[in-house]
Structures are given as C-alpha cells and as structure tokens.
Ligand binder design. Structure first.
Ligand SMILES: Nc1ncnc2c1ncn2[C@@H]1O[C@H](COP(=O)(O)OP(=O)(O)OP(=O)(O)O)[C@@H](O)[C@H]1O
Ligand SMILES: [Mg+2]
Length: 235
C-alpha cells in the first residue's frame, strides 16, 4: 500500500518529494540564517489549516507577533483558530508574567516533548512545527543526552501520529540527520553577484525523490520552486 502523503504547501516541493511528505513522520529543514526555513514551515502549517487540520507551531526564536505580521502580509491565514502559534521566545515579560512558560518549552527537548504531549490531550494536532530546534540543542549538557532526548522526541511524535517539521540553523546537525525521516536543505548561493536560493532533498525514508538541486524564490506569496531549472545532482 502506498503511504499517505502530506502536502508541504509548496507545489514544487511536493513534486520533488514524489507527492509530499509521508504522514506521521518527523522531518528536518536545515539551512543557515535567512535561507527560508520559517517560510517553508509556514507553508506547511497553513496547508494543514487550509485542509481543516489543527496545527501546532512552536516558535523559539522569532516572536509570534512578528511572524503574524510578516506572514499575514504574504496572505497566510495566521489568525485562523486552528493555527496555534506558541511563542516560546525568551522575553522579559514571559519570565515575569507567565511563570514557567519559557522554561517549559525552551529549557530542554525533554520538556518541550512533554509540553507537546500535554497539548495533545486537548487537541489532536495533525501537524507540529518546532522552529528552530537549535536552542534546545545548545541547552543540552552533552551530545549523548541530546541524542537520547531527540530520539525520544521523534518516537513520541510518531506515537502522536502527527507529521512534524523541525528547523535547524546549525550546519552540523549530525544527530538530527540520522534520526529524522527526511531532510530538506535550503541554501543561499551567490552567482555572478546575484543571490540564488536552492533547495534539495538529501534524505527521504520510504520514498524516492527528486535528485536535483532546485532553485527557488521567496516572493510576496512565499516560496516558489523552479522545478524546470536545476543546479546539479545531489551527491
Ligand atoms: N516579500 C518578500 N519578497 C522577497 N523576499 C522575501 C519576502 N519576504 C521575505 N523574504 C526573504 O525571506 C527571508 C526570510 O526567510 P525566513 O525567515 O523564512 O528564513 P529563515 O531561514 O527562517 O531565517 P532565520 O534563520 O533568521 O530564522 C528574508 O531574509 C527575506 O530575504
Ligand atoms: Mg526562521
């Protein structure tokens, strides 16, 4: 039986993924600052909302208000009640006003995992986004501790049957790369003085995928992939 596919909300990317992500699994979007990770994560979130699903988005670095403003302008339905955008960015008010909030979501990956599981007691989210995971990695005491908690996170998410997208800023995301079900890599290149954005799939368990590096643009309407133009093959 063919696996159930979940649209990323980006047509060209679904095509690269042979129809979309496989439902109920955990995926990593990696890329350096400004490469478009949050934009892609928002497409994924909003595609869920558009098809009537409940979506949980945990933002750890970019304030939720900023996101609503910027992505609202791109035409995303950021105020839809089925889109739960949790701001886990560290602000002074949070420490003072909402006791333990930042602590719960951003202190460690274990805490984040149990906070997400707790949320599922109220709503059965079909998509979960953690953007970015970077801070939780830095917060871990040792690599082995992080590896264990990341694996526990992946297993918990799969048990919840949600399709999960996490973003990471770190170039060296070795641990996550082994444990996730697929990786989408975003890059910026300078070609003859012009900025070019590229996307490629480097891993996708259980599915074939487009082996080419594709270029894309971020427009007023979000991410648009040039599926007819490729930069080369994935090695
Ligand atoms: N309307 C627009 N037109 C063109 N480019 C845009 C538009 N809106 C945003 N961008 C580009 O998208 C980039 C931001 O993408 P995004 O926030 O998704 O990246 P990111 O990888 O999440 O970055 P960070 O690591 O800082 O979180 C901006 O740097 C900007 O160049
Ligand atoms: Mg971002």
């Amino acid at each position: 039986m063919n696996p159930v596919r979940v649209s990323t909300g980006v047509l060209g990317l679904d095509k690269m993924l042979n129809g979309g992500l496989i439902a109920g699994r955990v995926y990593l979007v990696k890329g350096s600052p400004g490469t478009g990770k949050t934009t892609l994560a928002m497409h994924f979130a909003m595609e869920g909302v558009r098809s009537g699903e409940d979506v949980l988005y945990i933002t750890l670095e970019e304030p939720a208000d900023n996101m609503r403003e910027d992505f609202g302008r791109m035409g995303f339905d950021v105020r839809n009640p089925h889109f739960v955008l949790l701001d886990a960015t560290p602000t002074v008010e949070k420490y003072v006003l909402v006791e333990d909030f930042f602590e719960t979501y951003a202190k460690s990956l274990e805490k984040l995992t149990s906070a997400i599981i707790e949320r599922f007691k109220d709503v059965n989210y079909s998509r979960v986004i953690v953007d970015p995971i970077t801070m939780l990695k830095i917060a871990a005491n040792t690599e082995i501790e992080y590896r264990k908690s990341f694996l526990a996170f992946v297993k918990s998410m799969m048990k919840l049957k949600a399709t999960v997208l996490i973003t990471s800023e770190l170039e060296k995301t070795n641990i996550e790369e082994y444990l996730v079900n697929g990786i989408i890599e975003l890059k910026r290149l300078e070609v003859k003085g012009k900025l070019m954005r590229t996307v490629r799939i480097t891993k996708f368990r259980g599915s074939g995928f487009d082996p080419f590096v594709r270029t894309f643009e971020i427009t007023d309407r979000g991410m648009v992939i040039n599926t007819n133009e490729n930069v080369g093959e994935v090695v």
